[in-house]
Design a protein around this ligand. Structure first.
Ligand code: ACM
Length: 263
């Protein structure tokens, strides 16, 4: 299976341009699954709730999802993309999965980072795991990486590949995701953006470093910190089903939850 990411440089608020540029890049790729950054169509640094409401879209009716479904049909591939979702007066920082048969699923970010808490509400459901052919994919969004239970939850639900749209600012995630993959024996695709946004007093620099990781934490490919990029690698997603670390150690069966859970 060929899996990849786009590392893009969205311009805040220019949704048509951001979507058109991304679709043009997807057209050139040869892949079965592509992951796009968090909020890839709108940009990141919202400055008011009304602005967020005006840029967010209904899922799955919104125009961004329509454009993604069209290119997924044309290229016969699956796409995971981060977009701002609107439902009535509520906004969510969401990720969608679409394929050649249309819309498949959505995940609303649970762990909102800093000012996101002013514009978005957190999701109220655990992330789903979806079948794409024989492969199971799960989605988490950016700062969810800081909460290892999210990747564990997805792995326990059977995800072979964790798709991780991101707009990373802190530097730790690319290394931390290596551990998420080792401890869960899953593949992970982190699609981050590059560039700087300064729509308020504060300037935000996104760290790029999008990457695809193997089930033992191998860095199968990693992009630069500051350039747009597209990378695709071939993986065997079935290898994520082997959770046996030694003949006597199984990642999930060996857990001793009753002694180490504070819940
Ligand atoms: C983030 O969650 N966008 C840092």
């Amino acid at each position: 299976m060929k899996v990849g990411f786009l590392q893009t440089l969205p311009i805040f608020g220019k949704k048509d341009k951001n979507v058109d540029n991304t679709v043009a890049l997807i057209k050139k790729l040869d892949a079965n699954l592509i992951v796009l950054p968090e909020l890839f169509n709108t940009g990141y640094q919202f400055i008011s709730k009304s602005e967020t409401l005006s840029l967010a879209e209904k899922i799955p009716e919104g125009e961004t999802i329509r454009a993604l479904i069209d290119i997924a049909k044309e290229k016969k591939l699956f796409i995971v993309a981060g977009i701002a979702e609107r439902e009535d007066k509520h906004c969510y920082n969401s990720a969608v999965l679409v394929g050649h048969n249309g819309f498949i699923g959505c995940y609303r970010k649970l762990h909102l980072f800093r000012d996101e808490k002013k514009w978005f509400e957190p999701g109220s459901k655990g992330p789903g795991v979806f079948d794409i052919g024989n492969v199971k994919v799960g989605m988490m969004i950016c700062f969810d990486w800081f909460f290892p239970e999210v990747a564990r939850y997805l792995a326990l639900k059977g995800a072979d590949i964790i798709c991780h749209p991101a707009n990373l600012i802190l530097p730790y995630c690319p290394q931390a995701m290596v551990t998420r993959c080792i401890e869960n024996r899953v593949f992970a695709i982190t699609a981050n953006r590059v560039g700087i946004e300064k729509r308020s007093e504060e300037s935000l620099t996104f760290i790029g470093t999008s990457q695809i990781l193997g089930t033992k934490g191998e860095i199968l490919c990693r992009a630069s910190i500051d350039k747009e990029d597209a990378m695709v690698v071939e993986i065997d997603p079935g290898s994520a089903r082997d959770k046996q670390i030694t003949p006597l150690n199984h990642i999930f069966n060996d857990r001793q939850i009753k002694f180490v859970s504070n819940e």
